[in-house]
Design a protein around this ligand. Structure first.
Ligand SMILES: O=C(O)CCC(=O)C(=O)O
Length: 218
């Protein structure tokens, strides 16, 4: 394995700057572009209060319903299309990033977020997976592509203070163990900061999750 920079932020939380090499970033970007051009591409989710999220989404493996905060096989809050399968090549990147910091992950979900210049995501916890995964601290792994996102890493209550971390194209972020349920969000996108050879507009994040420890239907 090649050397990878690992920045520990809290027990179970790690920033891996430059985790994906430029060719790997281009390969992941090409896979995302092909999915975006497929029958179930990006869309702008509407949340349960009726407003729209500030990013587009494309869920792989299982669909995350923004109205019910549950996972399902079909995009019932959008167009009814089945969630496209999670490509093994993407899953492998997440498995390897998790392993770098000592976690086992068998991802069956990836939420791909696409942020434009005014994109953001409010502070939230990732807690819609099965209790078996949450209790075991199975990590969420994110990969970033394109423009830099100012990521907010918080505590266990929304009002706790946050640390801002710039996630650049190619960075990985792992949040598991004692940090699995920390609040986090995206404050802003640093427009025009993407490497020139990433052809996707804005910022893309891919967050990989494992729904349950055992095989499980939603
Ligand atoms: O875009 C990011 O880096 C964070 C995404 C996120 O928090 C989520 O999908 O739950």
């Amino acid at each position: 394995m090649s050397a990878v920079e690992v920045v520990p932020l809290a027990p179970g939380a790690f920033h891996l700057p430059g985790y994906l090499s430029p060719p790997e970033q281009r390969r992941v970007a090409a896979i995302v572009q092909a999915l975006a051009d497929g029958p179930a591409g990006f869309y702008r989710p509407r949340v349960r209060g009726g407003g729209f999220m500030h990013c587009d989404m494309l869920c792989l493996g299982r669909h995350w319903n923004a109205r019910t905060y549950t996972y399902e096989r079909q995009r019932s809050d959008h167009d009814g299309c089945p969630a496209p399968p999670l490509p093994p090549e993407l899953a492998r990147q997440a498995v390897e990033a998790a392993a770098r910091v000592g976690f086992a992950l068998d991802p069956d979900i990836c939420l791909v977020n696409r942020y434009g210049d005014d994109g953001r995501m409010g502070l939230h916890q990732d807690k819609d997976e099965d209790a078996s995964t949450l209790d075991a601290g199975v990590p969420v792994v994110s990969l970033s592509l394109g423009d830099t996102g100012r990521f907010l890493f918080g505590g266990f209550r929304r009002r706790e203070s946050t640390t801002a971390i710039d996630l650049r194209s190619g960075d990985a972020f792992v949040m598991g163990g004692a940090s699995r349920l920390r609040y986090h969000g995206v404050a802003r996108i640093l427009r025009g900061s993407a490497p020139p050879d990433i052809e996707l507009p804005g910022r893309i994040s891919l967050t990989f999750r494992q729904y349950a420890l055992e095989a499980h239907e939603p």
